[in-house]
Design a protein around this ligand. Structure first.
Ligand code: FES
Ligand code: MG
Length: 571
């Protein structure tokens, strides 16, 4: 085995080696801890402010057992944790910041390999992005989903039920007391959202990319098998260091194609579009929206999970989990079978014998939930650089639609006017929301699935076409066009839409069109004022450097790998 990176710190008899070792020994480490064995960083997003990751210190201890068993030295370290449920204006504003924390923490320290402990939505992409820019041997361990929510004896899903119950309350079909009582029932164990929201989607993406062990996505957080998986992850990262199995050897174009197809098959979150593009760009790959449409288009959604379908992550695991899905894709020619993975085996070798125990939950291809389950990428004069829509969560009858625009300049404008009984809106209108993109919010908040007007909900309207430069929660649903690029705050045509304009949505034709002449748009553009950017602080760095949604909303200066070369001495 080649000399390990950590030996540049811990090896030899220099005064620098003395310093690096001596201070570490204050933790009670014996001398042979520094004898050249693999040093494994356990990059932990544990935080009590990130409830979905609050159990990760326990998993870190399990990882350490595995690292010790395999002859490595585990060293746990904290990085910025991003809690989706608490952080304002949106956790997404901090994804790139956290990725910088991760990248610099890895490179600056005596590490040979890394375990990424993730869970809540943004923690997964942030850590993978940072680690990808370093390119050490790296493995992802997700915290796992919560047990199914339960209220009044009914299974209820994280997030999805919030959107649904909120509309029920507004429509007068549920009391506020009942609504409040559902709170404690929804989140009743450790873990992340147990719908196929962004956390479960990104855990699935990690497994599909081949950078996590099989079953990483679905084992419930509190299931003993999650502990066993943690220990096995610890064992495996030591071997990966010995094999020099770095992240870039696994994050190939073939791996991303597999992940895009898996996203279609699981009815995964639209947020995965941004995150996978951003991760790919960190390893120097040019993944774009067209790849999402090309590779995802003909993939049926076969996993019947909320928000697209009925079940939750517990049922998904008991039915066989992601290996059963990847096996089905492989059997239908929709998997790059040879893609390498962290197990040391190929994607296909990992899943070739995976059982499917419940074909209501993981359906057969000829009984799919949606025949074209992939993310639809729309373009047109309203979204020259693209926009996305999740067909499996949308209403089929609205997939081709023409309607009059009702325009909201900001989310506050929306909140103020949507409750107005005199708002001039009907079920055929198209709700347009501006200034919620990466620069505009800033941080691209999850407000794109704006709730319908209460007066229409009371009439029984359950879906309308909505268009914005925002994102939506992976737990949300509806005929919602998201990630419009360029965004309004960057001067995209979305900024020019006015009340009463006619908007045409044609999902089969992949078109999003504003029926306003080029001349009129040019006139409106001449009168458009860009928003005033924040003058200082992190938000000004963010607004100045963030790329548009079609490029993954990473910072331009973070693109590409920078490796984990050994920095110069500190003293
Ligand atoms: Fe953390 Fe959903 S809020 S995973
Ligand atoms: Mg979210």
């Amino acid at each position: 085995m080649k000399k390990l990176r950590s030996q540049a710190w811990f090896g030899g008899t220099s005064k620098d080696a003395f310093m690096h070792r001596s201070w570490m020994k204050n933790q009670g480490m014996p001398a042979d801890a520094f004898d050249g064995r693999p040093v494994i960083g356990i990059c932990n997003t544990w935080s009590e402010l990130t409830p979905c990751n609050a159990h990760l210190r326990d998993l870190a201890e399990r990882v350490k057992r595995g690292v010790y068993e395999a002859g490595g030295l585990p060293l746990e370290f904290p990085v910025m944790s991003l809690g989706e449920s608490n952080m304002r204006p949106t956790a997404m504003l901090y994804r790139n910041l956290a990725s910088m924390d991760v990248e610099e923490s890895i490179r600056a320290n005596p590490l040979d390999g890394v375990v990424l402990l993730v869970g809540c939505d943004k923690t997964t992409p942030a850590l993978v992005m940072g680690a990808a820019s370093c390119d050490l041997p790296t493995i992802v361990l997700s915290g796992g989903p919560m047990l199914n929510g339960n209220y009044r004896g009914e299974s209820i899903g994280s997030g999805t039920v919030v959107w649904r119950y909120n509309e029920e309350v507004k429509a007068g079909r549920m009391s506020v007391d009942e609504f409040m009582a559902a709170e404690a029932g929804m989140s009743r164990s450790a873990g992340s959202c147990m719908t196929m929201g962004t956390a479960s989607t990104m855990a699935s993406m990690a497994e599909a990319l081949g950078i996590a062990l099989p079953q990483n996505a679905a084992i419930p957080a509190v299931d003993a098998r999650r502990h066993a998986l943690s220990q096995l992850t610890g064992r495996r990262i030591v071997e990966m260091v010995q094999e020099d199995l770095t992240l870039s050897k696994i994050l190939t174009p073939q791996a991303f194609q597999n992940a895009i197809r898996v996203n279609g098959a699981i009815g995964g979150s639209t947020n995965a579009v941004l995150h996978l593009i951003a991760i790919a760009r960190r390893v120097g790959l040019d993944l774009g929206l067209d790849d999402w449409d090309r590779f995802g288009r003909d993939v049926p959604t076969i996993v019947d999970l909320q928000p697209s379908g009925r079940f939750l992550m517990e049922e998904f695991y008991y039915a066989g989990g992601l290996p059963a899905v990847m096996r089905a894709l492989g059997e239908h020619g929709l998997l790059n079978r040879d893609a390498p993975t962290v197990t040391g085996r190929s994607a296909w070798e990992n899943v070739a014998d995976a059982p499917n125990y419940n074909r209501d939950v993981i359906r057969d291809f000829d009984n799919a939930l949606a025949e074209q389950g992939g993310i639809a990428v729309l373009r047109g004069n309203l979204a020259p650089q693209g926009a996305v829509l999740k067909p499996s969560a949308a209403t089929p009858a609205l997939m081709t639609h023409r309607g009059r625009a009702v325009v909201f300049e900001t989310i506050e404008d929306y909140k103020r006017r949507i409750v107005d009984p005199d708002l001039d809106i009907d079920a055929d209108c198209v709700m347009v929301l501006k200034n919620c993109g990466p620069r505009g919010y800033p941080g691209m908040a999850e407000v794109g699935n704006m709730g319908l007007p209460p007066k229409l909900l009371a009439q029984g309207v359950s879906d309308m076409v909505r268009i914005s430069d925002a994102r939506m929660s992976g737990t949300a649903y509806g005929t919602v066009v998201l990630h419009v690029a360029p965004e309004a705050a960057a001067g995209g045509p979305l900024a020019l839409v006015r009340e009463g304009d006619i908007v045409e949505l044609d999902v089969p034709g992949r078109r999003l069109h504003l029926e306003v002449s080029d001349e009129e748009l040019a006139r409106r553009r001449a009168g458009w004022q860009p928003p005033v950017p924040p003058a200082s602080g992190y938000q000004s760095l963010y607004v100045q450097n963030v790329l548009q949604a079609d490029e993954g909303a990473d910072f331009g200066f973070l693109a590409g790998p920078r490796g984990a070369g050994i920095p110069r001495n500190s003293h």
